[in-house]
Unconditional design. Structure first.
Lengths: 148, 146
C-alpha cells in the first residue's frame, strides 16, 4: 500500500468511528428527550430556559452531521467541523462540571443518570474523537484541493 | 448553517409528533420540588431546618461530594455523598432507627443528589425523611452559620 492509500484508509476509519459514535449517542437521546434534558440539567451549567431546547436540538445535530459525514461527500467538511465543535463543547461542559466536583452521569451514550459517570476518561475519549474529526476534515480538504 | 437549521427543524418536528414530547421551555428551577411532590417526600424550609438543627432532633445528611462538605456545611450535618452511597451508607445504617428524623440537602435547586438520597433512605425503610431542597446555597444566603 502506498502512502495515499494508507491515508485514505485512515480517513475512512476516522469517519466511521466518529459518525458511528455520534449515531449511537444520538438515538437514545432522541428516543427519551426528557431524560436527556435531565442529564443536561444535572450539569448545573445551562440556563433553565435552554435545557429542553438543547435536549431537542443537540441529538438531531449529532445524528444529521454524522449521517452527512458518512453519506454526503459534498457536506463532509462542514459535518466534520460541526462534530468537532460539538466535541469541544462537550469537553468544556465536562471540564467545568469536574472542576466544580459535580459527579454525574455523562449523558453521552445513555440517558441513565448513573451510567458512564463523567471523569478524565470522558475528556480523553472526546479528544480522541476530535482527532478523528481532524483526520476526516483533512481527508475532505485534501480531496477538494486535488480537484482544484 | 444549513446543518444547524436542519437539526432545529428535525428536533422541532420530532417533538411535535413524539410520544414522549417535552415542553419547549420547562421550569427546571421547580424540578426538584415537583419530583419530591410526585414521590411523596416532605419538603422542609430553611427556618425549620434552623430550628431542627438547634433542637438536634434530626440527623442531617449532606448529599454533596465530600470536597464540598469539607468546604462548608450545615452545623451538625454528616457527609453522605449520594455518589458514594455504597461506601458510606453502611457506616450510618447500624445507628439509624426506622423512625429517626432525617433531613437531606445538597447545593440547591440545581442539584438532585439530596432528592435521590431522600428517596433512597425512604426505600431503605426510614419513614421520617425530609428534603431541604434549597440546600446549602440558601442556608448561606439566609444567614445560616457554616
Amino acid at each position: 500500500m502506498n502512502r495515499k492509500t494508507i491515508f485514505r484508509v485512515l480517513v475512512w476509519a476516522a469517519r466511521l468511528v466518529l459518525a458511528g459514535v455520534f449515531i449511537v449517542a444520538a438515538l437514545p437521546k432522541i428516543g427519551y428527550p426528557h431524560e436527556f434534558a435531565h442529564a443536561i440539567f444535572r450539569y448545573q451549567i445551562a440556563p433553565y430556559s435552554t435545557v429542553n431546547i438543547g435536549a431537542l436540538f443537540i441529538p438531531w445535530l449529532e445524528l444529521i452531521a454524522a449521517m452527512l459525514l458518512l453519506f454526503a461527500p459534498r457536506w463532509r467538511s462542514a459535518a466534520a467541523i460541526v462534530l468537532m465543535v460539538l466535541l469541544l463543547f462537550f469537553v468544556v461542559m465536562i471540564g467545568v462540571a469536574l472542576s466544580r466536583s459535580i459527579d454525574i452521569g455523562c449523558g453521552c451514550f445513555s440517558i441513565d443518570p448513573n451510567a458512564h459517570r463523567i471523569g478524565m476518561l470522558s475528556i480523553y475519549r472526546n479528544l480522541g474523537l476530535l482527532l478523528c474529526g481532524v483526520l476526516s476534515l483533512l481527508g475532505s480538504l485534501s480531496r477538494a484541493l486535488v480537484k482544484c | 448553517m444549513l446543518i444547524l437549521a436542519m437539526a432545529a427543524v428535525c428536533g422541532a418536528v420530532a417533538n411535535l409528533v413524539h410520544p414522549r414530547r417535552i415542553a419547549w421551555v420547562e421550569d427546571w428551577g421547580a424540578y426538584i420540588e415537583a419530583q419530591a411532590f410526585e414521590q411523596g417526600l416532605a419538603l422542609v424550609p430553611q427556618h425549620q431546618v434552623s430550628q431542627l438543627v438547634e433542637d438536634g432532633s434530626h440527623l442531617i445528611f449532606d448529599a454533596r461530594p465530600r470536597i464540598d462538605y469539607d468546604n462548608g456545611h450545615i452545623p451538625g450535618a454528616f457527609s453522605l455523598p449520594y455518589d458514594d452511597l455504597d461506601q458510606h451508607f453502611p457506616e450510618f445504617a447500624p445507628i439509624l432507627s426506622p423512625d429517626q428524623g432525617i433531613i437531606t440537602y445538597c447545593s440547591g435547586l440545581e442539584c438532585d443528589d439530596a432528592l435521590l438520597l431522600a428517596a433512597f433512605l425512604r426505600n431503605q425503610g426510614f419513614t421520617n425523611v425530609l428534603l431541604y431542597a434549597e440546600g446549602y446555597e440558601e442556608w448561606q444566603t439566609k444567614g445560616g452559620t457554616p
